[in-house]
Design a protein around this ligand. Structure first.
Ligand code: BTN
Length: 339
């Protein structure tokens, strides 16, 4: 697994760095001796951890009489930072961080096959071959967005599993609304839109045996602080970022934490009580219901209709021009805006 920053898994070393950060964030100056005492380690062990943190991008001053003080924190999605302020019980309890990787989906899949449990997250600053739905790619430049994959192992049937992307889209749109002033909404099935342009996407891949889900990999990508000049020319008409739409930059970790928190709430609602309430929530957040749409569904020529609702199975119900009703389970829609 090239590119992984050492010490980013669970384990004593990693926890110690997190503890040191917690303390030096609170205390403005603290001596190596005092830090060592509080953590039950030697001064030279403290010094080693401080140097490790510096290598990760933390700027930490050390003055002979005053001790250590934190000057700045790197703008990176590192677990040490994410863990401080993550309000979840089961999702994101283990985070594996890459500066760069091929695709977090790939890594998550390998780890899931190796037995990694529910809630594990693989996150990367950038992806060389980020994947999107329907064979598309997902542009993943470093420093501006978040790209991560979450391992789930729900005890549900494959037919229920098709609702997981919808449940996830509720979490992402709600988190964006919470953190920004933007009116994020969902275009069926799970594109995250702001002002009719896509700012986030969700790709769910799963493996099942007989009627049992083995694992699901929920991949989420959001363009957060991406400037206009970094959106590839061919995507400018259809893609955007939270920064482009609001003129404001957002703390990427804060949004990531909010997405995981919302996802945990909605996922638990789904496992405990089914899709009923979530269906209503999805429709409230959707920009698709009540619109004239063109549907691209695999293996069929595109067709037009009026999107009426999603049913309890998560399928889009479309009224066709001849008056008949069609249930669409997979595909993509484009909205027809009437002037
Ligand atoms: C879409 O086409 O809308 C889905 C895009 C999903 C992108 C995310 S980024 C993190 C994860 N890793 C990938 O390669 N894809 C997903």
């Amino acid at each position: 697994m090239g590119g992984v920053i050492p010490l980013q898994g669970v384990g004593i070393q990693y926890k110690m760095k997190e503890e040191i950060l917690r303390i030096i964030k609170k205390e403005r100056n603290i001596s190596g001796e005092e830090l060592g005492k509080r953590l039950g380690i030697s001064r030279s062990a403290v010094w080693k951890h401080i140097n490790g943190l510096r290598k990760m991008g933390y700027v930490i001053d050390s003055c002979p009489r005053k001790g250590y003080s934190l000057v700045s924190t790197p703008d990176l999605l590192i677990p040490e930072e994410i863990n401080q302020g993550l309000k979840t019980n089961r999702l994101g309890k283990e985070i594996i961080y890459f500066k760069e990787t091929s695709s977090t989906q790939e890594i998550a899949k390998k780890l899931a096959l190796d037995g990694k449990g529910e809630g594990g997250v693989i996150i990367a600053e950038s992806q060389r071959s980020g994947r999107g739905r329907m064979g598309r790619s997902w542009y993943s430049p470093p420093g501006y967005g978040i790209y991560f994959s979450l391992i789930l192992r729900p005890h549900i049937t494959p037919s229920d599993a098709i609702k997981i992307p919808l449940v996830t889209s509720i979490a992402v749109a709600s988190a964006i609304r919470e953190i920004t002033s933007l009116n994020a909404c969902i275009k069926w099935p799970n594109d995250i839109m702001v002002n009719n342009k896509k700012t986030g996407g969700i790709l769910v891949e799963s493996a099942s045996e007989m009627d049992i889900i083995n694992y699901m990999i929920v991949g989420i990508g959001v363009n957060i602080n991406t400037p206009d000049e970094l959106i590839p020319g061919e995507l400018k008409e259809i893609a955007t970022s939270l920064y482009i739409e609001s003129g404001r930059r957002y703390h990427r970790i804060r949004l990531f934490q909010e997405i995981l928190k919302e996802l945990e709430i909605n996922y638990e609602e789904f496992l405990n009580n089914g899709f009923n309430k979530l269906r209503t929530k999805w429709m409230e957040l959707s920009n698709t219901i009540g619109m004239r749409v063109i549907i691209n569904t695999p293996g069929e020529p595109p067709f037009e209709g009026l999107a009426q609702e999603i049913d309890i199975e998560g399928a889009l119900i479309v009224a066709l021009p001849d008056g008949s009703i069609k249930r669409v389970i997979s595909g993509d829609v484009s909205l027809r805006h009437m002037n």
